[in-house]
Design a protein around this ligand. Structure first.
Ligand code: URA
Length: 215
């Protein structure tokens, strides 16, 4: 598994706006969409490509690149927080098929940070995919990774060519958990935050991504 840390200034500029408590709902949602688009382009830069030759209108051959897998993408939207992120990812992968998973975590205060959250999956619809497809699971916040582990369990059974996670903030703990069970999965994330608090929130994090996008 590779972790791609997207820590270039433009990513961090948008993440800083998302972290800021003063950022309102509309700006928060727009920031998520922008990050989704940028993360999508970054993922595209790490897909397999062929070197080809084309003939320009000048009748001259030019060497070029074709990313074959651009048309073999399936994006899983983990409702509801991932919806704006997926809107952005679709700008990078306009031909993507889409799956939907409605998952909710049971949040409660405990005396120490949880290592596992109770996750209820109430709806799931994943399109048929082939062995040539790449599955991108979009979830902006990976805390204990409990939701992600459930989804990885389902998506890995479909045996896509590659599984990629598109996230905005992942905890160190969540990344380690995913790496131990799914060593081949790649994670693209803008930040790796150090802690999870007693309610299962990433610290410093950005709060509840779903609430902040949808109000
Ligand atoms: N989900 C969120 O929206 N925020 C967190 O900090 C963790 C999970």
């Amino acid at each position: 598994m590779a972790v791609f840390l997207l820590d270039k200034p433009l990513f961090l500029h948008i993440l800083t706006q998302l972290r800021d408590i003063k950022t309102d709902q509309i700006m928060f949602r727009k920031g998520m969409v922008r990050l989704g688009r940028l993360i999508g382009y970054e993922i595209a830069n790490h897909l397999d490509f062929d070197i080809v030759k084309v003939v320009t209108p000048l009748g001259v051959e030019a060497k070029g690149v074709v990313i074959k897998d651009l048309d073999n993408i399936m994006i899983v939207n983990v409702l509801r927080a991932a919806t704006p992120l997926v809107e952005g990812l679709l700008k990078a992968f306009p031909a993507a098929k889409q799956g939907v998973v409605a998952a909710s975590r049971r949040e409660m205060e405990s005396s120490s940070p949880p290592t596992e959250m109770e996750v209820e999956i109430t709806y799931m619809k994943i399109p048929k995919i082939s062995k040539n497809d790449i599955a991108i699971i979009a979830d902006p916040m990976i805390a204990t990774a409990s939701t992600m582990m459930r989804i990885l369990g389902m998506v890995s059974q479909l045996q896509p060519k590659r599984i990629i996670i598109a996230s905005v903030i992942a905890s160190e703990y969540g990344i380690t958990k995913i790496r131990n069970k799914y060593p081949d999965v790649d994670i693209f994330t803008v930040s790796i935050d150090p802690e999870i608090n007693n309610r299962g929130y990433i610290v410093p994090g950005l709060g509840d991504a779903g609430d902040r996008s949808f109000g």
